[in-house]
Design a protein around this ligand. Structure first.
Ligand SMILES: [Zn+2]
Length: 226
């Protein structure tokens, strides 16, 4: 493969990362990208990890869904694409949803698929967790991607500002400690369980999710402390 590259035999692919907070239309854009890229007989594969549906599907909040291949801890992108090609199947592009859950090694495999096979790889993921720390998969994508794009839909905090930070809320109380991955919903339909909200940085720092109660620092106070 490398010899092929040196002689210009493989056209370069592109590794693109679309990152943002939750509720920014990530899976919807992933499915739109699959539709657009499938034009002119281009062949793609869809991947996801721990989708909200609990099945290997890419599901978007506006009702679109499509089968996808589950990326579990043992999955190897390089081995998978190599086997597909060896079996005579065309692979022109990969759509990779929930890429924040991929391991560093799996993102490295994606970069190799781009560079040595000339395949375009479009990754979609949440940038940071509820503690404002980057997910390992997203961090590796920022380090390796040819291009990083902000997701086009900007969710709003309850105060009306642009929502930029994910908050984990348990029984109405925002928490800032715990496991990085804990399945919950963003619909707020089950208030006694874990759910997630997108807040502006001010209300994330003040630990004030929607409908918060108790005497906590106001946004105004936080500004004055700066
Ligand atoms: Zn806010």
């Amino acid at each position: 493969m490398l010899n092929e590259l040196a002689t210009g035999g493989t056209p370069p692919g592109e590794l693109v990362f679309f990152g943002g907070p939750m509720d920014s239309g990530k899976s919807t854009l992933a499915l739109q990208m699959d539709y657009t890229q499938s034009a002119h007989d281009r062949k793609g594969r869809l991947f996801t990890s721990q989708d909200r549906s609990g099945r290997p599907h890419i599901t978007s909040r506006i009702g679109l869904e499509k089968d996808a291949i589950e990326v579990d801890a043992d999955f190897d992108f390089w081995t998978y694409v190599s086997a597909q090609r060896l079996a005579g199947k065309r692979v022109d592009f990969l759509i990779c949803d929930e890429a924040q859950f991929y391991s560093v090694e799996q993102v490295d495999q994606l970069a190799r698929v781009v560079d040595e096979m000339g395949i375009d790889v479009f990754c979609f993921g949440i940038m940071c967790d509820f503690r404002t720390q980057m997910f390992p998969g997203s961090k590796r994508l920022v380090e390796l991607a040819d291009r990083i794009e902000n997701l086009p839909v900007r969710p709003l905090c309850w105060c009306g500002r642009i929502g930029t930070h994910n908050a984990r809320v348990i029984n109405g109380v925002m928490v800032i400690e715990g496991d990085q991955v804990l399945v919950g919903d963003t619909s707020n339909s089950a208030p006694d369980e874990v759910h997630y909200e997108v807040l502006c940085r001010i209300h994330h720092r003040a630990r004030q999710p929607k409908g918060h109660s108790g005497a906590t620092l106001s946004a105004h106070t936080l500004f004055e402390e700066e």
